[in-house]
Design a protein around this ligand. Structure first.
Ligand SMILES: [Mg+2]
Ligand SMILES: [Zn+2]
Length: 178
């Protein structure tokens, strides 16, 4: 059983561009590559957990989403980072699925497919749905509030403005008794 970092995509791992479908526009947020490298080296698995309703709304295709994620993987590879899994909800809100955050379906799927120590795992994201989902699943939570991104304080366990600020918290979580 290995602990996991569950990480949101838009305005967490990469800068948000609404309904992004152009791989050339994928840009990592400050320190994202080095932070994931450090987390993986410390012993965390890393899973991307992202709502992509643009598919359900007909704005882009799964093929286009995969191209964006291929570009993301390429950018991370430069830091020696390989994601352990990518989970996305393709549904529009009115489809009432079980995977659109803050629902926990994507976390359940990750747990079914990997051996994850949930007692030492962390959800990190910028949105209320990220923090709500993490709490609902009993995870520790980290809210990233990037400079220039207007978000309230959603009362996560830790509030940060760049990803590297979560490393001490993550190491303490890892050291906690399972
Ligand atoms: Mg987000
Ligand atoms: Zn869904």
């Amino acid at each position: 059983m290995q602990p996991a970092i569950f990480i949101d995509r838009d305005d967490t791992l990469i800068h948000n561009i609404p309904y992004l479908s152009d791989p050339s526009k994928v840009v990592l947020t400050p320190g994202a590559g080095t932070t994931l490298a450090a987390l993986a080296q410390a012993g965390f698995q890393i899973f991307l957990i992202t709502n992509q309703s643009g598919i359900g709304r007909g704005y882009f295709t799964v093929h286009e989403l995969n191209a964006v994620h291929d570009r993301l993987k390429e950018l991370l590879r430069a830091f020696g980072v390989v994601l352990d899994g990518i989970y996305y909800c393709p549904h529009a809100p009115n489809q009432e699925c079980n995977c659109r955050k803050p629902k926990t379906g994507m976390l359940e799927q990750a747990c079914a497919e990997h051996r994850i120590d949930l007692t030492r795992s962390i959800m990190v994201g910028d949105g209320q749905q990220d923090i709500e989902m993490g709490k609902a699943f009993g995870l520790r939570t980290v809210q990233l509030r990037l400079k220039g991104v207007e978000k309230e304080d959603y009362h996560a366990d830790l509030l940060i403005t760049t990803l590297p600020e979560m490393l001490d918290f993550a190491r303490a979580t890892l050291a906690a008794k399972a």
